[in-house]
Design a protein around this ligand. Structure first.
Ligand code: 9MR
Length: 377
């Protein structure tokens, strides 16, 4: 129930959207009421910001869990597939791609009148390029393969996608240089021209983003410098890139110190001075270094979230905020960075029972405090 005891705060349209999406209405009340607040998408929209989340098409999908589905529909104006548009799901052969899982997400978005982001046309990171893909790229020729693949994928979704992570994580954080994959070894800097120009040709209405995980944390200096050099070169060589996607997988290393914040500001200032827009694409908070006690842990997570979002939302160029999942239950962090004490991570705004956590309140507060901007919405 709502704190005021009045029951679910669903508008008629939200109820209809739930029914249209095949949701079981009986499952909604306690879960939705728990938010007890204006939907994050509405708070965001009042400031010209699109709020959303990554979702998957698998066992943790909002299509498989009606409660989660209702929550995503209530809170979000945009969704992005966590993995379903990656080459390892779509497949290596541009002439025979498997769009099934991504299409299910696109349909969910459409049924709930949410926008759809695309992630990602080229994850230029050797770890995510399988030997079979590398072989096919070499056999076909890197340029030919890349043009064909991006044409097919961008063309398939067309104007259903308003914003694409065209290239993801091409800078090596240790060296600040382009990583050295089967693509850039063959094509050099042309890999960027080819990818962004082909995306423009086949999805002309979509925003084109460069997405990476450089962050405000100590140890990210080389990564940030490398990304700045790449963005400068995009401008110099007229590569059609509109925005920097800042993934924002944060932790709790004290980086919200004054010095660190000032360095982060310098980075963001340089990015926007080059004319890029900004977006937060994969927000979550790794609580590995935080206390075992849930209340203390959640309070720390919320404090990091508020401090970070306040700084980010101060930029009128930032017009999208996407979390990497809305609830803790299936967060990638439990596999990637498990806690030493074996307790599950709590990196997202809702817990495993779909109850809002202090992080959800922190996001709402940051949105309420943010200045109005003319957003992409
Ligand atoms: O959350 C994603 C996880 O389920 C996948 O196993 C993994 C590899 O595909 O990718 C994760 O998402 C990553 C995103 O695509 C790019 N930025 C970092 C994210 C977390 O690793």
């Amino acid at each position: 129930m709502e704190p005021n005891g009045k029951g679910p705060m669903l508008t008629r349209r939200q109820q209809l959207a739930g029914i249209a999406g095949g949701l079981v209405m009986g499952a909604l009340p306690s879960r939705l009421d728990a938010a007890g607040d204006e939907p994050l998408k509405d708070l965001a929209a009042q400031k010209g910001v699109l709020f959303g989340t990554a979702i998957s098409a698998g066992r943790s999908s909002p299509m498989a869990d009606p409660g989660y589905g209702a929550l995503v529909a209530r809170e979000c104006a945009v969704v992005v597939p966590e993995n379903e548009m990656k080459v390892y799901v779509l497949g290596n052969d541009p002439q025979a791609l498997n769009f099934g899982p991504a299409d299910r997400i696109a349909t969910f978005a459409q049924d709930h009148r949410m926008k759809l982001r695309g992630h990602t046309l080229l994850w230029n990171y050797g770890k995510y390029i399988s030997p079979a893909l590398a072989q096919m790229v070499e056999a076909t020729g890197a340029e030919k393969w890349l043009r064909a693949y991006i044409a097919k994928v961008a063309g398939h979704f067309g104007d259903r996608i308003y914003s694409w992570d065209v290239i993801n994580e091409t800078i090596d954080p240790k060296t600040g240089e382009v990583r050295g994959t089967v693509f850039d070894k063959a094509l050099g800097f042309d890999v960027f021209k080819i990818a962004y120009e082909t995306a423009r040709e086949h999805a002309p209405h979509a925003q084109r983003v460069y997405n990476d995980y450089m962050s405000w944390e100590v140890g990210n200096e080389t990564h940030r410098a490398g990304v700045l050099r790449l963005l400068a070169r995009f401008r110099k060589e007229n590569v059609p890139v509109d925005a920097l996607g800042i993934q924002s997988h944060l932790g709790n290393d004290g980086s919200h110190s004054r010095v660190q914040r000032a360095e982060w500001k310098r980075f963001l200032d340089e990015v926007v001075a080059m004319g890029y827009r900004l977006l937060i694409t994969e927000f979550d908070i790794n609580d590995r270094e935080m206390p075992r006690d849930v209340a203390r842990r959640d309070a720390q997570t919320a404090a990091v979230a508020k401090s970070y979002l306040d700084q980010m939302l101060a930029y009128p160029q930032l017009d999208q905020l996407l979390c990497w999942g809305l609830w803790d239950k299936h967060s990638w962090l439990n596999g990637f960075a498990p806690r030493a004490d074996g307790l599950p991570q709590r990196p997202l705004p809702y817990d495993d029972e779909l109850k809002p956590k202090p992080m959800r309140a922190a996001i709402a507060d940051a949105l309420r405090a943010a200045p109005v901007r003319k957003g992409i919405a």
